[in-house]
Design a binder for this molecule. Structure first.
Ligand code: KDG
Length: 319
């Protein structure tokens, strides 16, 4: 049984211990990360049953990812190991200002070899919701086809589907990214782009025009991330803006979008209805809060709260 299933590549993450160029960094800390498993960890900490599906190399780095996620309570039992292709790695370079730089070593990884023939019906058994991102189709045409197939299967089963475009320009060409990401919007219920991603996809427009455009493509809700200005949710004919949570110092922005997604989906899974009632506003507030919290810690997911912590912090620190 799973409240949410997510599919994607996770990697071993090496983070420099000092600011400055990777070329001169002598020391690293090792963690693991991946957009989809970050969301799974976030939701697992909030008390939801999460299932993460992937392919990893049959190597010690694959073991590290499996045991970290299992330790976080994520169901990894359907993730497979590949003897022929390795687990991917990526490096984060902190400059001391702005977003960290990211360097991927993931071409030819086990997950990048996923094809529609590998998709198993059991992946979605007894599950309510599917969360996917635009990173998986950026790994290759076949991985994209596999994700599209699973989205179709989820829809046939009556599951709800969220899609975060997670545009990663280093992984594919602009044309390919735009065409593929746009083609996935009609397959999802909840589309969660950032403002820059919306602009990349359909050109410069107002926030409400983005909402109307993506709803017109078939999404049932559009959740637009505005960064330090919070977020706006569009569902049916409503548009609700949620204020940001002020942060004193930003340490690491990588993973903030995944924390946002976990916060939003936790509200959605709890309240269900977005077109009426309080669910949309409460989900956006949680999303903003989780996103800002994630920027306060080095690492993609290490700073995410447990359920009681979230409720205490959201209610202003009172028990
Ligand atoms: O959202 C955070 C991700 O960017 C990070 O964990 C690495 O999955 C990753 C990717 O492909 O960029």
């Amino acid at each position: 049984e799973a409240d949410i299933v997510t599919i994607g590549e996770s990697m071993v993450l090496m983070q420099t211990m000092s600011d400055g160029s990777l070329a001169y960094a002598p020391l690293f800390t090792r963690s693991i990360a991946g957009a989809e498993s970050n969301v799974a960890i976030g939701l697992s900490r909030l008390g939801f049953k999460t299932r993460w599906i992937s392919r990893l190399g049959a190597d010690p780095f694959g073991d590290a990812i499996m045991s970290t996620l299992a330790g976080e309570g994520v169901d990894v039992s359907l993730t497979t190991r590949d003897n022929a292709y390795p687990t991917a790695i990526y490096f984060k370079e902190f400059k001391g200002y702005g977003d960290p730089n990211v360097y991927y070593y993931r071409k030819g990884s086990a997950m990048s070899r996923l094809t529609p023939r590998d998709v198993e019906a059991s992946w979605l058994d007894n599950a309510k919701h599917l969360h996917v991102t635009g990173i998986t189709p950026a790994l290759g045409d076949e991985t994209g086809n596999a994700i599209r197939l699973v989205m179709g299967q989820a829809r046939e089963r009556g599951m709800t589907i969220s899609f975060d475009p997670n545009l990663r320009r280093k992984l594919w060409s602009e044309e390919q990214a735009r065409e593929t990401l746009l083609s996935m919007i009609p397959l999802c219920d909840i589309f969660m782009p950032g403002l820059e991603e919306a602009e990349f996809l359909v050109g410069e427009r107002s926030e409400s025009e983005y909402g109307a455009f993506f709803l017109g493509m078939g999404a049932k809700a559009v959740i637009l991330k505005l960064g330090e200005r919070g977020s706006i949710g569009f569902a049916g004919d409503r548009a609700i803006q949620a204020e940001p949570y002020p942060v004193s110092r930003i340490v690491d922005t990588v993973g903030a979008g995944d924390a946002f997604a976990a916060g939003f989906l936790s509200g959605f899974l709890e309240y269900g209805e977005l077109e009426q009632g309080d669910g949309l506003r409460k989900s956006l507030e949680r999303a903003n809060f989780m996103g800002s919290l994630a920027t306060q810690y080095k690492g993609d997911w290490e700073g995410l709260p447990k359920r009681d912590e979230l409720l205490r912090l959201l209610s202003g620190g009172r028990e």
